[in-house]
Design a protein around this ligand. Structure first.
Ligand SMILES: [Cu+2]
Length: 95
């Protein structure tokens, strides 16, 4: 679930980034079960969090990734199938 102005309370929010951005992605555990986040197109994965309010973060560069949608999901068995996936969307910078 998203936390913050635009994604507050949104389940599996679309995360909008732009080419050249440095992204800081924070995963906050809200239910006390083990979760993580994996972004296969960026080869980035958070550590697992298993306690309520435990958080972890990854920092990565969007670089020259082409505009488009890139999946993120939880790698704990069964969680992606249960709906724990969303999109990180690389948008072209508007002029
Ligand atoms: Cu999970």
């Amino acid at each position: 679930m998203g936390i913050g102005v635009e994604i507050d309370g949104v389940i599996n929010p679309d995360l909008i980034v732009h080419p050249g951005d440095a992204v800081r992605l924070i995963l906050l555990n809200g239910d006390g079960m083990l979760h993580d986040l994996f972004l296969p197109d960026f080869n980035m994965k958070t550590s697992g969090v298993s306690k309520i309010n435990e958080r972890t973060k990854i920092i990565f560069e969007v670089g020259d990734m082409q505009p488009g949608a890139h999946v993120y999901y939880c790698t704990v068995p069964g969680h992606r199938q249960a709906g724990q996936e969303g999109k990180l969307i690389v948008e072209q910078m508007s002029e």
